[in-house]
Design a protein around this ligand. Structure first.
Ligand code: FE2
Length: 150
C-alpha cells in the first residue's frame, strides 16, 4: 500500500512520537548543561531511529555508542563541577546517580563486546537510557536552577 505524503507524515509522527523531546520543563538554568542534555537526547533518539530500520551495521552502532559513551562522561563531569561550584544540595545525589548510570553502561559495553549489535541488547540500552535521562533531569538536574538563581 502506498502512503500519500500526508499519511506518510502521520505514520512517521506516530512511529516516533514516544521519542524524547527537550522542553522547558527540562531547563536547568545553565544554557551549557541544557545544550548537553539536548545532545544526549538527540543521540538516544538517533539510536532509536537506527534500531527501527533495517538491521544496523556494527560500524554504525560502534560510532554512535562510542560517541554516546564519551559524551556522557564529559557531560557528567561538567555538570558535577557546576553543581559543586554553586553548592547545590543534590550534588552528591547527582554524582551517585551518574556513577550508577556509568556502571550500567559499562555492563552494557561488556555484553556488546561479546554479543555484538544484537537488536534486543541495543533496544534495552536505548529504553533504559531514555527513561533514565528523562527521570534524572526532571528529578535531580533541574534542581540546579534554584542554586543558580540564589
Ligand atoms: Fe545529572
Amino acid at each position: 500500500m502506498r502512503l500519500s505524503a500526508a499519511q506518510g507524515f502521520v505514520a512517521l509522527t506516530v512511529k516516533y512520537d514516544h521519542m524524547l523531546m527537550w522542553s522547558e520543563q527540562f531547563a536547568t538554568g545553565s544554557p551549557l548543561v541544557d545544550t548537553q542534555h539536548r545532545m544526549l537526547i538527540d543521540k538516544i533518539n538517533q539510536l532509536e531511529k537506527l534500531l527501527s530500520g533495517p538491521p544496523p551495521s556494527k560500524a554504525a552502532c560502534d560510532e554512535l555508542l562510542n560517541f554516546l559513551g564519551s559524551y556522557v562522561t564529559m557531560h557528567f563531569k561538567f555538570e558535577e563541577q557546576c553543581m559543586e561550584r554553586v553548592k547545590c544540595k543534590v550534588h552528591q545525589q547527582n554524582k551517585q546517580a551518574h556513577a550508577a548510570f556509568l556502571g550500567l553502561f559499562e555492563k552494557f559495553k561488556s555484553r556488546y563486546q561479546v554479543e555484538g549489535p544484537k537488536l534486543e541488547l541495543l533496544k534495552s540500552l536505548q529504553t533504559s537510557a531514555s527513561v533514565w535521562i528523562k527521570n534524572h533531569i526532571l528529578s535531580v538536574d533541574i534542581q540546579l536552577k534554584t542554586c543558580l538563581s540564589s
